[in-house]
Design a protein around this ligand. Structure first.
Ligand SMILES: C[S@@+](CC[C@H](N)C(=O)[O-])C[C@H]1O[C@@H](n2cnc3c(N)ncnc32)[C@H](O)[C@@H]1O
Length: 281
């Protein structure tokens, strides 16, 4: 089942010109975990196999394959746009998310964020995107629990951008109290149990300044596309993500409101994904 799930992602990426195997071969020289915190204690939920990698996010092959796998997600979303490349699908998917975040700021009279955390930044694709989309930002920190992913992020890092990467836990982050304007979790929480998501919300409330924005971007449990997936495909999708049942049954908006966030809304960014935002009072 897991091998099949991986093959589906691989084939859909290659069908739009993403050279999966060639990319991985090019990456293989990247094998120094310079940002690793050797004292890091990994939560049990993180030590499960993910995405058909036996050691989950804690291995080199998983890190090398992040980029084509991320393109595969965009390609799956814009299946009908046969002439779009993997990169075009990525840009469309991410632009809609950024538009949702910017319009939320405008609607609530908030200035665009200057100090941003990209929690679960993986190999930095979301962090670099944020840096391009929020050019006014003074500091963007990509935080991730996988030192392998961070090694790849460091390698592809455009050093002129206001980006820093850190090996850390999103639920116990190194940021000081009230120090950030926006905290983003892009495609992280479908990989986490409910207790961890609740901790992310609490931690975000601590590190955001009053008026700061918390944004969770992920699969939309209310999406007709996801709800109408044939059971076999849904099972295939879940076979490589051990916590997805917890994610799909979690009331994220209610948890954010219960933690004190105001103006909590869900915006559909495309037919599969949503952006849930709230403001720290
Ligand atoms: C699907 S990837 C997200 C990719 C990226 N943000 C994007 O938008 O393309 C999920 C990431 O969350 C990270 N992650 C999961 N739990 C975490 C935690 N508790 N603290 C920090 N990072 C975590 C994983 O290591 C992985 O890199």
């Amino acid at each position: 089942m897991k091998v099949l799930a991986k093959q589906v992602r691989h084939n859909s990426a290659e069908s739009r010109g993403v050279r999966w195997d060639g990319h991985v071969d090019n990456m293989r020289r990247q094998n120094e975990k310079e940002l690793e915190d050797p004292a890091m204690s990994y939560p049990d939920y993180y030590l499960k196999p993910f995405h058909a990698y036996e050691t989950g996010n804690l291995e080199w092959l998983a890190a090398y394959e992040v980029q084509p796998a991320t393109y595969a997600m965009g390609i799956r979303t814009f299946k009908d746009k046969q002439h779009w490349s993997g990169d075009q699908c990525f840009v469309e998917l991410r632009s809609r998310i950024t538009d949702a975040i910017k319009s939320y700021h405008t609607r609530h009279g908030l200035p665009l964020p200057s100090r941003i955390a990209d929690m679960g930044c993986s190999t930095g694709m979301s962090t670099q995107w944020l840096a391009e989309q929020f050019p006014q930002a003074a500091a963007i920190t990509g935080l991730d629990l996988s030192p392998y992913f961070l090694a790849v992020a460091e390698e592809r890092w455009v050093r002129s951008a206001p980006i820093t990467y850190v090996h850390g836990l999103a639920e116990q982050s190194p940021f000081s109290d009230s120090s950030l304007d926006m905290v983003n979790f892009n495609f992280v929480i479908h990989e986490c149990p409910q207790a961890a998501i609740e901790s992310f919300i609490r931690e975000s409330s601590r590190i955001l300044r009053p008026g700061g924005v918390l944004a969770f971007v992920d699969n939309n449990p209310r999406s007709a596309t996801i709800q109408n997936l044939p059971p076999a495909i849904f099972t295939l999708m879940k076979s490589t993500e051990p916590w997805s049942d917890e994610y799909y049954s979690f009331d994220l908006e209610a948890a954010m409101r219960a933690a004190g966030f105001k103006e909590v809304v869900t915006l559909e960014t495309d037919h599969r994904h949503r952006c849930v935002m709230g403001i720290r009072p």
